[in-house]
Structure formats: structure tokens, C-alpha cells
Design a protein around this ligand. Structure first.
Ligand code: AMP
Ligand code: MG
Length: 428
């Protein structure tokens, strides 16, 4: 190809465009119990079945009162007690208070809760649960109307839509669904992702490699990345570096929702993946990106047979070196997978961090680089996280990748990053 390769931003924009189109065809639904819904994509809107909180709720242990009366510092009569789980009580008579526990309904007539630490009690009110005696707000404290109370419906009104389809269900969303009475949820079926690793040099993980062979680490690595990104990995047998082997294994992959081919996309004599995809009628969106590692990455779509719900099968050809495969999966394949999975947000995740030594000055100009790095997210409050490069021996260095937890982004135009610079990191 003589056309210039896109840079990272251009390739990412292309991927985002195609992902948006591919994401228009939503996956079918399935129903899962709430306890099994973590990490799944919500396929229905989630609505509040009642006001939240369902009653005016005390946020403190103390005494429900009228703020104006309490702020006079006159002793007020203790006339009742409300515990969490009690039905809403009241009305509160004039010049009186009601003992109240965190989470209990505030009696009608009360408009504030004095904290137990801020009052003095007498005449029996000292003992918890007593409903006789006096309670006085200690000067100089005062209490404002609404203090220590969350009003009924302050968080949500009955019928409000709280989550939209396409939301990733994590602990917060699951707690919310539980509070609204959803014991099970409709979620999108996970996209099935075919993983085809190629290479004459590859031995199975459980085989003893012959001289010159290496173990196939990309198949389980990509399966882990796919699962983490919400897909269902489908590992195909490894393809040898010849056209008939590739053709035979690409054919059944056509039933997948996304196809990942690892290896065989460089310009070498045995890099036969692009021609094999072309034989199946591939439309290529790009056949390389100005990044390192991962320059030979290929992205495109294969036509599907008539009657298929989605007209094309998106595919990626990922360079076989493990760090190249991982980086290009995170940058390009993960957003497409997210869109196919029905997710609303699907861009790769980046963060800012402060660069610690050592720095790397070996970059080729004109390429955005993604270098294995270790980010310490435990920086003191107000400080960005600290990131340091992990020393590595190139994109085949599995040991370096296993010691890293992110990739440091060296922009195309940045010839020297210095310790202390604020830099971008790609998160997995
Ligand atoms: P390729 O992209 O096919 O030229 O592969 C580049 C290099 O990545 C090869 O020389 C292998 O060392 C390595 N490689 C390719 N496929 C795999 C794999 N499935 N697992 C581990 N390493 C691989
Ligand atoms: Mg190869």
C-alpha cells in the first residue's frame, strides 16, 4: 500500500466511527439474576419503584426536633423513639423531641435532627430508648431546618429513570437495582470473539516446545482481554503459516461477532493474514498505524452471508508480539467489542500521571509509542499518580508486561519526556 499510514488519533477516530455503526445493531437480550450481573451491560432502563429515600430519613443518631425550638436551647420533652425499620411516626407535639437512630424515618412535624453528641439530657432521657425526660441543644450550637435529614424523594422520585440501557453494571448500579426491587435484569448477550493465533513457531501451552518453538501465550492473553472487555472468548486452533491452513480456520470464524487474528500481519514472507482476509472479500479500514508497538495492525470488515443480523464481521489483525497484541487490543479492538456488547461508552481509558525516572529516549520519530509502565495510584492526596517505565527488551518481553499495569503514551511529536512531566497512560 502506498497511502500513508494513519497516526494514532486518526486510527482511533476511524475505529470510533465504525464502532458506532457496528453498535447500532444491538445484541440479543438475556435475563440474569442480580448476583450474577456484575460486569454485564444493562439492556433495559432501570426505574425507581418508589421515592428514594422512601421516607424522610435521619442520617444521624440523635433527636428529631423543630430546628427553631431546639436553637432556643430550652429543654424539650422527650416523647418517643424511632429506630431504623420503624414505620414513620408522629406528629411531634410542640416543644418536644423524638429520639431517632440513623436510617429511621423522621416523625412528621420534625424538621431537623440534633446529633446525640450535641445535646445534654436529663430526667431519664440519658438512657437510650427512654421516652421521658428532657433534651437540650448545647449552646452555642444551633440547628438548621433540614439538618441531618434526607428528605423523601431527594435522591429519586418514583418512576424516575435511574440508569439507561448500555450502562455497565458494577457494584453501584447493582446496589441501586437491588434498592429498586430488581432481583434479575435484562442484559445484552456477550459478543462472541473468535481468537485465531497464527505462526509455525507456536507450541501449545501444555506441550514441550521443540527447539526454535515458543509457547502460544497470545491465545490465553487475548482470551483474558476479551473476557475483561465483556466478550466471550472463542479460541480457535492455531493456524500454521500457509494459505490453506489460514483459509480453513478463518471459514468457521465467520459465525463470531468479532474476529481477532494474532500474528502474520507484518510485511514478512510468511505474513499471510491480509491476503487470506482479502480472499474472503475483506474491506480494510486501515492496514497499519503509526504506533509502536503495533504498527502493522489491520482493521476491517468481512461480508457475511445473506440473512445474518449484522451485515459484516469486524476483524482485527494484531501483530503477534505479545505487547503489540495487548496494546493494539486495548487501543482498537476493545472499543469495537464494547460497541458490539451494547455499551454506551467505548473509548480506551487514559489517565494522567507524573513521570518518574528512568526515561526512554530511543523512540523513532513519527510514531506514538505505548511503553509498559508501572503506575503507583497511591500518591498523596492532591498529587497525580506516579508512573515509571518498566525496563524492557522490546514487544516480546512478557516478563516486562507482567510487571507493568499500564502503558505510558509517548506522543508522536514528543522527542523527550523528562522526569516530573505530566504524561498520559493507557489503562487496561
Ligand atoms: P508475527 O506478527 O507473526 O510476525 O509475530 C511476531 C512475533 O511474535 C513472532 O516472532 C513470535 O515471536 C511472536 N508471536 C507470534 N504469535 C505469538 C503467540 N500466539 N504467542 C506468543 N508469541 C507470539
Ligand atoms: Mg507469524
Amino acid at each position: 500500500m502506498n497511502t500513508p499510514l494513519p497516526g494514532y488519533e486518526e486510527a482511533a477516530a476511524l475505529v470510533a466511527d465504525h464502532a458506532a455503526q457496528l453498535g447500532r445493531i444491538l445484541p440479543t437480550l438475556e435475563r440474569v439474576e442480580l448476583e450474577r450481573a456484575s460486569g454485564r451491560i444493562l439492556a433495559q432502563p432501570l426505574a425507581a419503584d418508589r421515592d428514594q429515600p422512601p421516607f424522610a430519613r435521619s442520617t444521624r443518631d440523635g433527636f428529631a426536633c423543630r430546628a427553631a425550638e431546639a436553637s432556643t436551647h430550652r429543654p424539650l420533652a422527650l416523647v418517643g423513639a424511632a429506630r431504623a425499620g420503624d414505620a414513620p411516626s408522629g406528629p411531634l407535639p410542640p416543644a418536644s423531641v423524638w429520639e431517632i437512630m440513623t436510617g429511621a424515618p423522621v416523625p412528621t412535624g420534625a424538621d431537623a435532627v440534633m446529633m446525640i453528641e450535641h445535646v445534654e439530657t436529663s430526667g431519664g432521657a440519658e438512657s437510650r430508648g427512654a421516652v421521658a425526660g428532657k433534651v437540650r441543644l448545647l449552646p452555642p450550637r444551633s440547628v438548621e431546618p433540614g439538618e441531618n435529614i434526607v428528605a423523601q424523594g431527594a435522591q429519586a422520585r418514583e418512576g424516575d429513570q435511574l440508569l439507561e440501557a448500555g450502562t455497565v453494571l458494577q457494584f453501584g448500579q447493582i446496589a441501586l437495582a437491588a434498592s429498586c426491587g430488581y432481583a434479575a435484569l435484562h442484559v445484552f448477550r456477550r459478543p462472541r470473539v473468535a481468537i485465531l493465533t497464527t505462526g509455525d513457531e507456536l507450541a501449545a501451552v501444555d506441550a514441550i516446545p521443540r527447539p526454535g518453538q515458543i509457547r502460544n501465550s497470545n491465545a490465553p492473553m487475548l482470551a483474558a482481554l476479551v473476557a475483561a472487555a465483556g466478550g466471550e472468548p472463542w479460541i480457535l486452533p492455531t493456524a500454521a503459516d500457509n494459505a490453506p491452513a489460514l483459509d480453513a480456520l478463518l471459514a468457521p470464524a465467520a459465525t463470531a461477532d468479532l474476529l481477532l487474528v494474532s500474528g502474520g500481519v507484518s510485511a514478512g514472507k510468511f505474513d499471510l493474514v491480509e491476503p487470506a482476509l482479502a480472499r474472503l472479500g475483506a474491506r480494510f479500514h486501515f492496514t497499519g498505524v503509526r504506533i509502536q508497538p503495533g504498527k502493522p495492525t489491520v482493521f476491517g470488515e468481512l461480508p457475511r452471508g445473506a440473512g445474518s443480523p449484522s451485515p459484516t464481521l469486524p476483524f482485527f489483525g494484531l501483530p503477534g508480539n505479545p505487547i503489540s497484541s495487548a496494546v493494539t487490543f486495548l487501543l482498537f479492538a476493545a472499543p469495537v467489542l464494547a460497541a458490539l456488547a451494547g455499551r454506551r461508552q467505548s473509548a480506551p481509558r487514559f489517565a494522567l500521571a507524573r513521570l518518574a525516572p528512568p526515561v526512554d529516549r530511543h523512540g523513532k520519530p513519527g510514531l506514538t509509542r505505548f511503553l509498559p509502565a508501572l503506575c503507583d495510584f497511591g500518591s498523596p492526596a492532591g498529587q497525580p499518580p506516579q508512573v515509571a517505565l518498566v525496563p524492557w527488551h522490546g514487544s516480546g518481553d512478557l516478563e516486562a508486561m507482567a510487571r507493568s499495569n499500564c502503558f505510558l503514551v509517548v506522543p508522536e511529536e514528543a522527542h523527550s519526556l523528562e522526569p516530573g512531566d505530566l504524561v498520559r497512560i493507557l489503562l487496561s
